[in-house]
Design a protein around this ligand. Sequence first.
Ligand code: GAL
Length: 362
Amino acid sequence: MKKWLLLAVFLALMIASVLHFAVDVGVVLPTNVEPRWVQDETRFREALKTTKYSVEILFSQGSPAKERENVEALIAKGIKVLIICPHDAVAAAASAELAKKAGVYVISYDRLIMNTEAVDYYVTFDSVEVGRAMGRFLVEKVKPGTKNNPLYLYAGALSDNNSFLFFQGAWEILQPKIADGTFRIINSSEAQKVQNKKNLTRGEMAKIIGQITTNWDFNVAKRKAEDDLTRARAADKGTVYILAPNDGTARAIADAFRADKDVKEYYITGQDAEKASVQYIIDGKQSMTVFKDVRILVKDAINAAQLLLEGKKPTTTAVYDNGKKKVPAIQSEIQVVTKDNVKQILIDSGYYSEKDFIWPKK
Ligand code: GAL
């Protein structure tokens, strides 16, 4: 009798622990080295307080192998929905297929997983519009009627499908101004080769991005900018225009350009409204950032997951071709932040608080 009781207690404890450690939704983010993804983690934790589902958030630390390990661990914990932002768009396909085989819904988050049918939904911002906004900003800063304004191009990681979407949008706006001589490309022979072509193929973009990639790494960005400035002539400096793909790389590149005595003035783009870059914008060291309200992205991802857990279909607003499938997407808008509207867009909206920054004395 005592033996059966012990076994029953043991079994009950086992079941309780499995239920206790069971996870409904798994979230996998690329790395916590970059402030952008720490923002997402914070916003996920805030938003999850209001949901009845158990959620676990894991980081892949820039490694496809770690990413796969994370996905395997979450599947073992019984997740029914996987929200994943891939480190490498193509390498992540195998992890998505693993989840799919285990009967898990796969939501691609911010970045699209490529070349697989195993993605059910994509939650993102309009990344092509991010690039267009950057291009428009630089064009608007050019003094009317001037020609041969030095243009320096930088891009994100080749392994990130967003890098292509950002560049496609920026090129759409910048190319006509390169072709008409307003801008002169300084640091990319591959971009110079196709400067009279409006719509580039993925292959042509890959060649350019391969040459100007920052790999989303601050140090790579800084070194690249310093090398470009070392190679450039004084005539390629003065007032310059810089397409930087996000905030982290923009600060590194801006530091390199500010340190060059032949650079008198620079206009530089950014993205993500990272706190450090918002301060750079207030201080006039970065010209703009494309604000992507991560609270919206997180809400859309959690809503989609909850609907799927309740056997319902999320409403989608766009479609993305990932090379194997037309993936239904929930797409959010972006906003441009400059020194003139930083308070209105980032403080009044409660995204950040005024005391997070040092403001110029009135
Ligand atoms: C992109 C993302 C950006 C950015 C970058 C670096 O995919 O959309 O917001 O910060 O990755 O991680």
